[in-house]
Design a protein around this ligand. Sequence first.
Ligand code: ADP
Length: 205
Amino acid sequence: MELNQRQEKILKIVKQHGPITGSKIAEQLSLTRATLRPDLAILTMSGYLDARPRVGYFYTGKESEEVMTSKIRNILVSEVQSVPILIKEDTSIYEAVVKMFLEDVGTLYAIDNDKALAGVISRKDLLRGTMGGNDIEKTPVSVIMTRKPNITICYPNDLLIYAANQLIEKQIDSLPVVEEQDGIDQVIGRITKTTITRVFVNLME
Ligand code: ADP
C-alpha cells in the first residue's frame, strides 16, 4: 500500500516519539486532531500503527516487511550479476572441463567468432560429453552445448525476480545476461542460483 505524504510524516513522528497521542501528533504537524483522523484510521487499519487507550499510537514495525518486499521487487539484474566465464565454441570438451574447475563455476557460456552468445555448457552437458565415447580432446563443446534459440537469457535491466522465476520454471542453474552491442548479443554477466542466495542472505543481514 502506498502512503501519502502526511501518512509518511505521521509514521515518522510515531516512530520517533511513540507511544504518542493523536493530539500530540496533530500538534507537531500543526493540524487539528479531526483532520488527522482519517490518516490515523488508515495507518491503524493497515497495520502500520497500533493504538492503546490512554497510551496513544505506537509503531508496529510492519513497515520493515513492506520495505523489504519492495526492495526485493526492485532489484535489477545489473545490480547483482556476476562475471560470466566464456569459451569459444570450438574449445574441446576436455579444455572446457579444465576451465570449469579452474574458474570454479557450474556453467560456461560459448561464444562464436563474432563474440556473440552461441551456447550454454552445464556440468551435466560435460558429463554427457565424456560418456559418449567421444575423443574429448578433439570434440568441440559445440557438439554438446545447448544452443540458440533454446537459450534462456536475461537483460541487465530485467528485474531479478524475473530471472529467478526463469531459473525455477526452466529448471536451470544460470542465465546469461546479454546486452546487444553493434547488433551482436554479447554476454556481459550471469545470474545463478548462488546470486539469488547471496541477495537473500544480504537482505536478511
Ligand atoms: P546441470 O546440468 O549441472 O544440472 P543446469 O540445470 O543448469 O545444470 O542445466 C541443465 C540443462 O539445461 C543443460 O543441458 C544445460 O545446457 C541447459 N541450460 C542451462 N542453462 C540454460 C539456459 N540459460 N538456457 C537454456 N538452457 C540452459
